[in-house]
Design a protein around this ligand. Structure first.
Ligand code: NAP
Length: 427
């Protein structure tokens, strides 16, 4: 059968046996990690499906290669190809100075409306970690990608626009801002929040995860972060009432007659638990919330109490990197930016230009992003094969320099050698 496009029919992804998948090689170390990862992805798919399934890779251009080939760092054809082929994967990109972009990555997320940044964090055995029990953390972070203080609405200190906004907020809104301030805006909407939380709950349902935690700083920023929490709970109750239970309901917590004091009323929500005792959610997903600063402690102290996390943009950025560090760092952390259907999988680290073309760095982040992509396609056998082979390879202490320097007496292998070892270990 000839290679075909992935399509979306009745809200579902239709994946042919030979899907065409565009890839952006990326700048700096992009070429090294892309070629190494591709060797592994292709071998795993071949091994899992005996040639029945195969990815038809289609190179598309962005970053320096985009500029060399087309005169643009982000050619329109590249954006169009990702839209048309629905699923794509990319290496890291340098943001050109003076190229007219704040960041190529941010631009891609905005123009394709990839509103959920999805970062699974789980431990690969054998990877050096600062934690005693790194395996206890197994979370998927859903970070809102389009709003919050990252929306790019800000004014530089001392400019006429900064003065204008400071004057307006002072005189019209009665909220004085120090005159020598720079100013940024933090919009968080019902639309942005609900579509992100919906994705997190859908993920929990499809992967059988026990909880979705809304992480926010709503105790201080009530109308943005606090609203994120409220809208998240509202969405869960409106669209998933028969699948979810809130933490309050789980423990029969109600508000007393005075309308404010939380109290416990035994059996108040037993009907949602199918008659089970308080604390037993049965097969319902528990929806809970945590204040962001407390959540940074929770992932260290009680990591196994969390499964899926949903956050606004800024806190999501911080927490996903902090979680990645717990299981051994960014060199191995996969990620994806996903819209309603369009999904762009990517390495989470940058271009590490000093290692360019040295066949030296760890391809783990891009490789595992490709594993996420295979799972997104429903090709779980190939995905699991790579996970198993990667773990076996690392347990054998076949690792690149970044992991080798944290292990005693281990000589590093090259990027391409690691890829070959993983292929040899495919089940
Ligand atoms: P970086 O490229 O991530 O590199 C920082 C350090 O992280 C490297 O020097 C290296 O540490 C380590 N590292 C990164 N990737 C690694 C890998 N695959 N294997 C092993 N170690 C790895 O961050 P940066 O130097 O701040 O940024 C460089 C460029 O990347 C910038 O132009 C930035 O804009 C861009 N960037 C792009 C993306 C993206 O496309 N998604 C994301 C972030 C940054 P050691 O020096 O300790 O060996």
């Amino acid at each position: 059968m000839a290679p075909e496009r992935i399509t979306v029919t009745d809200g579902k992804l239709e994946v042919p046996d030979k899907p065409i998948i565009p890839f952006i090689e990326g700048d700096g170390i992009g070429a090294d990690i892309t070629s190494a990862s591709m060797v592994v992805w292709n071998a795993a798919v071949k091994k899992a499906y005996g040639g029945k399934k195969r990815i038809e890779w289609k190179e598309i251009y962005a970053g320096e290669k985009g500029f060399d080939k087309t005169g643009s760092y982000l050619p329109d054809e590249t954006v169009e190809a990702i839209r048309e082929y629905v699923v794509a994967i990319k290496g890291p990109l340098t943001t050109p100075v003076g190229g007219g972009f704040r960041s190529l990555n941010v631009t891609l997320r905005q123009v394709l409306d990839l509103y959920a940044c999805v970062r699974p964090v789980s431990y690969v055995r054998g990877v050096p970690s600062p934690m005693k029990h790194p395996e206890k953390l197994d979370v998927v972070v859903f970070r809102e990608n389009t709003e919050d203080v990252y929306s790019g609405i800000e004014w530089e200190q001392g400019t006429p626009d900064a003065r204008k906004i400071i004057d307006f907020i002072g005189s019209e809104m009665g909220k004085p801002i120090r005159a020598d301030s720079g100013v940024g805006i933090k919009p968080i909407s019902i639309t942005g929040t609900k579509r992100l939380v919906r994705k997190a709950i859908e993920h929990a349902i499809s992967k059988n995860r026990s909880s979705v935690t809304l992480v926010h700083k709503g105790n201080i920023m009530k109308y943005t972060e606090g609203a994120f929490k409220e809208w998240g709970y509202e969405l869960a109750a409106q669209e998933y009432r028969d699948r979810v239970i809130t933490e309050s309901e789980l423990w029969d917590r109600v508000i007393a007659d005075d309308g404010v004091t939380p109290t416990t009323e035994e059996g108040a929500f037993a009907h949602l638990r199918g008659g089970r005792p308080a604390g037993d959610p049965g097969d319902r997903i528990v929806i809970k919330d945590r204040i962001a600063d407390q959540m940074f402690q929770q992932v260290l102290l009680r990591p196994d109490e969390y499964a899926v996390l949903a956050l606004p943009n800024l806190n999501g950025d911080y927490l996903s990197d902090a979680c990645a560090a717990q299981v051994g760092g960014l060199g191995m952390a996969p990620g994806a930016n996903i819209g309603d259907y369009t999904a762009l999988f990517e390495a989470t680290h940058g271009t590490a230009p000093k290692y360019r073309n040295m066949d030296k760095v760890n391809p783990g982040s891009l490789l595992l992003s490709g594993v996420m992509m295979l799972e997104y396609l429903g090709w779980n056998e190939a995905a699991q094969g790579i996970r198993d082979a990667l773990e076996k390879t690392i347990l054998n202490k076949t690792v690149t320099y970044d992991l080798a320097r944290q292990l005693e007496g281990v000589e590093p292998v090259k990027t391409s050698e690691l890829a070959r070892a993983i292929v040899d270990n495919l089940p």
